[in-house]
Design a protein around this ligand. Structure first.
Ligand code: PLP
Length: 473
């Protein structure tokens, strides 16, 4: 039931005292002509309403959530406590800088740590999400080439295993996308890359480990090829979980990187709160950033560099998200960050090892923080698909892995258990995965109906796509 249906005229829950200052109304032209259509419900009803919504959804606090590429790790409570301190929340973005020095110190400190982790020199916190960071990074790239009267470079190279946002961001920045295929081993095909490289290439966008969960061993050669043709190297650092504290994009030869604080750095996402996709760059690109923080005589101040690409979001970005990420970094410390990465890789390999005798893996050997299964054989033999397995997981209180991605793997299921899951949870989940595979083979009709225990059972996906009902009447 929608909250609007629970609404009763005149029922409310405001506890505000009578206003004791003069009421100032806006001019007639600015006054709304009709009543504001808001639900009127009592406080207990609101409370129940939100609890009910929470019950209907699955979050990382409800159960295992191995959504590959999305890093659904646990979001520590202490992050929330730090971010709700009144010094961080009761401020206004237009306040004079000298009155918010503490908050600016947070940004400066977070910048220093994240630059250390990525091997970059400066960072902007304006971008609100990963894709927004990619777009910002590409604008830096463009500004750089234009500043050298080399603005004719129109192409961005993207491997075929890339996250979908990479080519989309390149297109938004008005570049054309050149796809380079992956080789047999799942890594960038070096010969094909050499063919694509040229003086019309602005740069490459790459994530390493890639979306197959593999670390590209040729990474130094890749960045060298791109630099060799005058291009720049962009690192999609949405998931830094496998490498943080161990190796750095800056040392792999990358010039620009974005991070998803809402993945690697444990801030909530997927309906849990706003994101943050800070962009870091090497010194020679800092003059193009939207703004950066400098330490003056006695205070921190924001400076807009002369060749800035301009603002990509208002003010400081999603500031409290940065507070949470910094809290996380300080909680873990240098060793803890490395441990988190190692355990993320260990957990993924452990889970893969528990499944690989029945679930065919897209690649051989060890994986990094995630691994990809392919159910194409199962589909051929039984007609059951990755989708059926995913739906079956829902009946066991497990969120499905990422489905049908990366695009280069047929019937893909991509799992990322993350370092915050216990051995027991992974054992239980692996047992469920195994059971479902068995069911798919022996009684496909059962699995085909799943989920049956959830509030909403199997949806007609084709109808939902062709005739979506997007509006409530
Ligand atoms: C999640 C993700 C992105 C996009 O991040 P958003 O915050 O969803 O915009 C980009 N690249 C990779 C590899 C990702 O996993």
């Amino acid at each position: 039931m929608l909250i609007f249906e629970k609404s009763r005229k005149g029922r409310g829950c405001d506890v505000l005292p009578e206003c004791d200052v003069k009421t100032v109304l806006p001019s007639d032209a600015n006054m709304r002509k009709e009543e504001l259509h808001l639900p009127e419900v009592s406080e207990p009803e609101i409370s129940r309403h939100y609890s009910e919504l929470a019950r209907k959804s699955h979050g990382v606090n409800d159960g295992f959530y191995p959504l590959g590429s999305c890093t659904m790790k646990y979001n520590p409570r202490v992050n929330e406590e730090a971010a709700s301190l009144c010094g961080f929340t009761d401020i206004h973005p237009l306040q004079p800088e000298e009155t918010v020095q503490g908050c600016m110190e947070v940004l400066k400190t977070a910048e220093a740590y994240l630059c250390e982790i990525t091997g970059m020199d400066n960072m902007t916190f304006q971008p609100a999400a990963g894709a927004h960071g990619e777009f910002t990074g590409l604008l830096l790239m463009k500004a750089y080439h234009e500043s050298r009267n080399d603005g004719g470079r129109r192409k961005i190279i993207v491997p075929d295993s890339a996250h979908g946002t990479n080519p989309a961001s390149a297109a938004m920045a008005e570049y054309s996308v050149v796809t380079v295929p992956s080789g047999e081993d799942g890594c960038v095909d070096i010969e094909k890359l050499k063919e694509a490289a040229g003086d019309d290439v602005a740069g490459i966008m790459l994530t390493n480990p890639n979306t197959l969960g593999l670390f590209d061993r040729n990474i130094l050669e890749i960045t060298e090829i791109i630099h060799g043709c005058g291009g720049l190297c962009y690192y999609d650092g949405a998931n830094l979980n496998a490498v943080m504290g161990i190796t750095r994009p800056g040392d792999m030869g990358f010039d620009i990187v974005h991070l998803n604080l809402h993945k690697t750095f444990s801030t909530p996402h997927g309906g849990g709160g706003p994101g943050s996709g800070p962009v870091g760059c090497k010194k020679f690109l800092s003059e193009f950033l939207p703004s950066f923080l400098v330490k003056g005589e006695d205070k921190l101040t924001f400076e807009k560099p002369s060749r800035s690409i301009g603002e990509v979001k208002s003010f400081y970005g999603n500031f409290t998200v940065v507070v949470k990420a910094l809290t996380y970094i300080l909680t873990l410390g240098r060793e803890g960050i490395k441990d988190a990465a190692e355990n993320a890789v260990l957990n993924a390999n452990y889970m893969m090892a528990k499944l690989k005798d029945i679930y065919p893996m897209a690649c051989r050997g060890f994986c990094m923080h995630e691994f990809v299964m392919s159910l194409s054989q199962l589909k051929k033999e039984t007609g059951m698909t990755a989708m059926d397995i995913a739906k079956g997981l829902l009946d066991h209180g497990i969120h499905p892995p990422t489905m049908y991605f990366p695009l280069i793997v047929d019937e893909a299921l991509m799992a990322e258990p993350t370092e915050t899951e216990s051995k027991e949870t992974i054992d239980e989940a692996a047992a469920v995965f195994r059971e479902l595979f068995e069911t798919a083979r022996t009684s496909p009709e059962l699995l085909h109906q799943a989920p049956v225990k959830t509030l909403v059972t199997r949806l007609d996906e084709v109808k939902a796509a062709r005739h979506p009902v997007l509006r409530y009447r």
